[in-house]
Write a protein that binds this ligand. Structure first.
Ligand SMILES: Cc1cc2nc3c(=O)[nH]c(=O)nc-3n(C[C@H](O)[C@H](O)[C@H](O)COP(=O)(O)OP(=O)(O)OC[C@H]3O[C@@H](n4cnc5c(N)ncnc54)[C@H](O)[C@@H]3O)c2cc1C
Length: 325
């Protein structure tokens, strides 16, 4: 059977993969997006009641207006927006088709892209795979127990339960406040001296006041050291303490799939940031004709890139591909 050939294969159908597709359409470059899950899979898996920190116009792609009820859109509005964009622009996307392998064809500048459903030839490839698939693990005893969750969806299951939330960034703070307000007894374990500086400005006073008044218990300069079926042990500056516990929400962040990047031949920095090698103007990696787009570019520094500042990667890359033609 003949292998379909494209000028461009985009790996990942998140906001930035979609932005690349729209830019390819503008330039008249034939492409396909291969997405391992549903459309904007990461956003679909965000907490159901989540509000973006960006205003809606900063999440727009392809110059298509994003109208939301409030200044900051919620997850459902973002899903609606990106779905409408993909539908109205007839974006060529194959869903539930994870890319497993990308290999350069011998004696050619082209690549062979393999998924469980088939193979594709590509002259250019954009990797826009984000960072939401692999949680940062704590590497402590008991982390594999089913009561430990690295993804938080909604508060209802945690009502009347003893919940420990690990972390102090937006995800941890949202989970702590939502579960507390649905009747959970919440304890936060925070490695620093306070809640994170980047916590949404309208949420920060809320969590700080709940901690101050004791409605939510917080241990600062502390780490979780062990988890059992009915308890957790926290290493605090005053020494270890063990408390009763039903659920652990480990909001410890996520990381790009470094093994996938390395399997393609993309070089990563030797330091703890594991920054992928790419030209900051064209976004081309050390592998010719393979580009990076979106939050995957930041390595372990997952706070560097967002939708609002990485959607520009689409025009950087497509301008470069266009110039080569
Ligand atoms: C809770 C939360 C709130 C956020 N709020 C904001 C905000 O307000 N403003 C903002 O600008 N940013 C925000 N961000 C960050 C933003 O959501 C991400 O920056 C955004 O999703 C990045 O888009 P992306 O397309 O680069 O990656 P993603 O949206 O993660 O898309 C990557 C896609 O690649 C797919 N994929 C991965 N591996 C493969 C594979 N091997 N084969 C095929 N497909 C694959 C994934 O399924 C996914 O759909 C937030 C992030 C989180 C976690």
């Amino acid at each position: 059977m003949e292998i379909p050939a494209y000028s461009l294969v985009i790996v990942g159908g998140g906001p930035i993969g979609l932005a690349c597709a729209l830019e390819a359409q503008v330039k008249g470059i034939d492409y396909v997006i291969l997405e391992k899950g549903c459309l904007v899979n990461s956003l679909y898996h965000y907490p159901s009641g989540m509000t973006f920190f960006s205003t809606s116009e900063r999440l727009e792609i392809g110059g298509i207006p994003f109208v939301s009820n409030s200044v900051k859109p919620v997850r459902m509005e973002a899903l609606e927006y990106y779905r409408r964009v993909a539908l109205s622009r007839e974006v060529n996307i194959r869903l539930f088709e994870p890319v497993e392998q990308i290999k350069q064809l011998s004696g050619s500048a082209n690549y062979l892209v393999t998924t469980p459903k088939g193979q594709y030839q590509a002259t250019n490839i954009i990797i826009a795979t984000g960072f939401y698939d692999i949680p940062n693990l704590m590497h402590i005893p008991g982390e594999q127990l089913p009561k430990v969750k690295h993804y938080y969806h909604e508060p209802h299951p945690y009502a009347f339960q003893k919940v420990v939330v690990i972390g102090a960034a937006n995800s941890a703070v949202d989970a702590a406040l939502e579960t507390y307000r649905k009747g959970a007894a919440v304890t936060m374990v925070i490695q620093g001296a306070g809640v994170g500086e980047r916590v949404k400005y309208w949420v920060k006073p809320d969590i700080e006041n709940r901690i101050k008044e004791g409605s939510i218990k917080a241990y600062f300069h502390s780490h979780l050291s062990a988890i059992s079926e009915k308890t957790v042990t926290i290493r605090t500056p005053q020494g270890p303490i063990t408390i009763d516990n039903d659920w652990v929400l480990a909001m410890t962040g996520y990381q790009p799939n470094f093994a996938f990047l390395e399997s393609i031949g993309i070089k990563l920095s030797d330091d703890s940031l594991r920054l992928p090698a790419y030209d900051h103007e064209t976004m081309e990696t050390n592998m010719p004709n393979i580009y990076l787009a979106g939050v995957v570019c930041g390595g372990m520094n997952t706070h560097k890139w967002f939708i609002e500042n990485s959607r520009i990667h689409a025009s950087q890359i497509l301008n470069h591909i266009d110039r080569k033609r």
